[in-house]
Design a binder for this molecule. Structure first.
Ligand code: CTP
Ligand code: MG
Length: 230
């Protein structure tokens, strides 16, 4: 059995700003999307049967050419993404082969620097029988729930909170069922599984799997890469 991976990379990166969609923004001379693909390949090597990337409409051919040198034997499919992240994942999921896959990873292009060991923990947990697995890290801020006027409603006990990352890993049948149910407003795929009553397991994530979201995240990414290359 093999792994399939979906990379949602179709977002515009409005919070990051700039002219170029976020997945194509470069760190250390390579696009975030290229870093993300390299990470998945490094973690799953020959096991990665198929990679489906959702990109901004109109960039499919360019992205196919750019990624081909990095995928080796893995089958690469590039599809136009949708309006929301969950639409992009759903469109990509339609292209994932049904046969021969025991784990589907969904990995944000924007989390381009996730370490190999975090990816491996996700895959291992799915292969050990979990239906849905998310890498998680403790939250460092105190989190408040607020009301419409910005007033604090509650302060959840921080020791019970985690921040979740990608890649998230799924038993293929569970991910398909979750997307078919089509819950609106889901910001990750695990949330769609939770809506079905599926238990989502957390495994240890990594601070390096932060999501490039705002301009200062690019500075952090450059520094991280420089340290890794040193
Ligand atoms: N994504 C996607 N399709 C969308 C929206 C987002 O494939 N319609 C992808 C992004 O490319 C990114 C991941 O989902 O890899 C996480 O989304 P986010 O960090 O919010 O990226 P953007 O939506 O591009 O950024 P912003 O919300 O700041 O515009
Ligand atoms: Mg977004």
């Amino acid at each position: 059995m093999s792994i399939a991976a979906i990379i949602p990379a179709a977002g515009l990166g409005l919070r990051l700003g700039g002219e170029t969609p976020k997945a194509f923004r470069e760190v250390g001379g390579d696009a975030l999307l290229v870093h993300a693909v390299r990470g998945l390949k490094a973690a799953s090597a020959a096991d990665l049967l198929c990679l489906v990337v959702a990109v901004p409409p109109g960039t499919e051919d360019t992205v196919t050419k750019e990624l081909t040198p990095y995928v080796g034997e893995t089958r690469l499919l590039v599809v136009a993404g949708g309006a929301e992240r969950s639409d992009s994942v759903r469109l990509a999921l339609e292209l994932v082969p049904v046969e021969g896959i025991d784990c589907i990873l969904v990995h944000d292009a924007a989390r381009a620097f996730v370490p190999v060991d975090a990816i491996e923990r996700v895959v291992a947990a799915v292969r050990a029988g979990a239906s849905a697995v998310v890498p998680a890290v403790p939250v460092t801020d105190t989190i408040k729930q607020v009301g419409p006027a910005g007033e604090v409603v509650a302060t959840p006990d921080r020791s019970t909170l985690v921040a979740v990352q990608t890649p998230q890993g799924f038993a293929p049948e569970v991910l398909r069922r979750a997307h078919a149910a089509g819950v609106v407003g889901a910001t990750d795929d695990a949330m769609l599984c939770e809506a079905l009553g599926v238990t989502v397991l957390t495994v240890e994530g990594s601070p390096d799997a932060f999501k490039v979201t705002r301009p200062q995240d690019l500075l952090l990414a450059e520094a991280l890469l420089a340290e890794r290359r040193a």
